[in-house]
Design a protein around this ligand. Structure first.
Ligand SMILES: Cc1cc2nc3c(=O)[nH]c(=O)nc-3n(C[C@H](O)[C@H](O)[C@H](O)COP(=O)(O)OP(=O)(O)OC[C@H]3O[C@@H](n4cnc5c(N)ncnc54)[C@H](O)[C@@H]3O)c2cc1C
Length: 477
């Protein structure tokens, strides 16, 4: 279903943004009989996750995973199987078609639930009113304008990638960002990815696994620094063996060349690096520039620009709430969705939930689609030691080779490393950190265990599933 053409003048709830958070919030609110509208400026629903985030990223990761399996095929009794060159152009088209199909699913879901989808850019004009600017023929938001009012407004506008300014790094704009990654029509032969967060690690991993000469430039000695050290250490050591070049303590001073490459990167070490594509994955900022926050008096954090909310997603303006990336906490799709659903429960839900429900931001499990994948929940070892003191913390750790790699040649073997961080006499499991094949799928269940307050003894009392890697997590001594 396309967006509606004639929005009502007044709604119970207007959600600005049509991404993960908005979907969770609006559909749950509509299920309680609330009259809801979602305003999305991008021309398609789904937001970052569906269009330029989790979904197309995971498909690229799957492509890389298939490439790895092809490398292992001859070791698994398929003699002569060799990996052919990856057809980036064809796969990218297929991936984009899949995303388009999902956009349609999102359209239909809103229509089915009776949520009005308004295509345009929303801006607050007061605490209870939003002006929607439609696109004109040139695609600018200078078309028809319509003001709608609402008893409640939820801001769910997400964020966007940042790249350094040309003033700070001359030529920086010759590079692309993570959105640009998904717009690449051809596979670059040589790429430099700048950044140390999970997006940088994931995209560098995809490039490298699919055969691009890949350089990952990080400012410090390690990447994924907010994760437990076992993850970064294990991945970093392994990456060296896979040919992914990690340049530690490296910054770009200047970029020369043409948009679309080749590019010469002048590094602060005095060396240069020649690449065909430069990808900045150095952070994201909230999409608040056109939102009219000042007109409604909504407060933002000074430095980050994130909208300030309390534990109930409440801004400083009574009838305006905010969810998802733009609130700056745990920037993940399931977090945005869960925050939105629970907020609707609190505002419109049945007794027991109304006035109360909220998302707990503790113990959120998450995964990095690295090669191999990694997963984490709870406190890292340094965080746990800091919080409880060294004498309260016991760490169980195991490094081993998954059985799968027993069959493959030395060049293709991958590591597995697991860590349990336990606290107190009872050995409550306060952190689980894993890296190795299958970690992405293993993590969800251990996320439940940690959330339920499992102790080491509870893991020990659970019978192992054999032969798997995950069994190690219930048999560690
Ligand atoms: C490369 C990449 C990979 C990722 N991988 C994962 C992953 O594997 N797992 C995971 O959990 N998370 C992942 N994320 C993060 C995830 O995509 C976000 O946390 C999630 O999309 C946030 O949802 P949101 O609703 O807050 O914002 P968004 O999904 O960004 O939605 C906000 C929407 O608001 C719209 N908008 C902005 N301003 C206006 C306006 N003024 N008027 C109308 N509409 C507006 C935008 O166009 C956008 O569609 C990834 C992100 C990136 C960039």
């Amino acid at each position: 279903m396309p967006p509606i053409q004639k929005p009502s003048d007044h709604y119970d709830l207007v959600v600005i943004g049509g991404g993960s958070g908005a979907m969770g919030m609006s559909r749950r609110a509509a299920s309680y009989g609330t009259k809801v509208a979602v305003i999305e400026e991008d021309g398609r629903l789904g937001g970052t996750c569906v269009n330029v985030g989790c979904v197309p990223k995971k498909l690229m990761w799957h492509a890389a995973d298939v490439a790895e399996s092809l490398d292992h095929a001859s070791d698994y009794g398929f003699p002569g199987v060799k990996r052919p060159a990856f057809d980036w152009r064809t796969f990218a088209k297929k991936r984009d078609d899949y995303v388009k199909m999902l956009n349609g699913v999102y359209d239909r879901n809103l229509a089915k639930d009776g949520v009005d989808y308004i295509s345009g850019r929303g801006a607050l004009t007061g605490p209870k009113s939003v002006e929607v600017a439609m696109r004109d023929q040139d695609g600018k938001f200078e078309g028809e304008k319509k003001t709608i009012t609402a008893d409640h407004i939820c801001i769910a506008v997400g964020g966007r990638p940042v790249i350094p300014s040309d003033k700070d790094v001359p030529g920086a704009s010759l590079g692309i960002d993570s959105d640009g990654f998904f717009a690449l029509k051809e596979q670059p032969k040589r790429v430099a990815v700048v950044g140390a967060g999970y997006i940088a690690v994931e995209l560098a991993g995809v490039f490298n696994t699919l055969g691009t000469e890949t350089h990952l430039l990080i400012r410090h000695d390690t990447f994924l620094r907010s994760f437990d050290p076992i993850i970064a250490e294990t991945l970093q050591e392994h990456m060296g063996k896979t040919g992914l070049n990690v340049h530690k303590r490296t910054n770009i001073k200047k970029v020369e060349g043409q948009k679309g490459g080749p590019l010469t990167l002048h590094l602060d070490s005095g060396k240069t690096l020649e690449v065909d594509c430069l990808l900045w994955a150095v952070g994201r900022r909230p999409n608040t520039d056109y939102l009219g926050l000042d007109k409604a008096g909504v407060k933002t954090e000074d430095k980050s620009g994130n909208i300030v909310v309390d534990e109930y997603q409440q801004t400083n303006v009574p009838n305006i709430t905010c969810i998802g990336d733009v609130a700056g906490k745990a920037l993940l799709t399931p977090v945005a969705i869960a925050a939105g659903r629970r907020l609707s429960n609190r505002l419109y839900g049945p007794e027991g939930l109304r006035g109360k429900d909220k998302l707990s931001y503790d113990d959120i499990p998450t995964v990095v689609f690295s090669h191999p994948t990694s997963g984490t929940v709870g406190l890292t070892e340094p965080e746990a030691r800091e919080k409880y003191g060294d004498d309260q913390i016991k760490v169980y750790q195991s490094k081993f080779r998954a059985m799968y790699f027993g069959m493959v040649g030395e060049d293709h073997k991958e590591p597995t490393a697991y860590k349990l961080v336990c606290q107190g006499k009872e050995e409550k499991v306060v952190g689980v950190h894993i890296v190795g094949m299958g970690s992405d799928e293993i993590m969800q269940g251990f996320g439940v265990a940690v959330k339920m307050g499992a102790r080491k003894k509870d893991l020990d009392d659970t019978v192992a599933i054999h032969p798997t890697s995950a069994e190690e997590l219930v048999t560690m001594r």
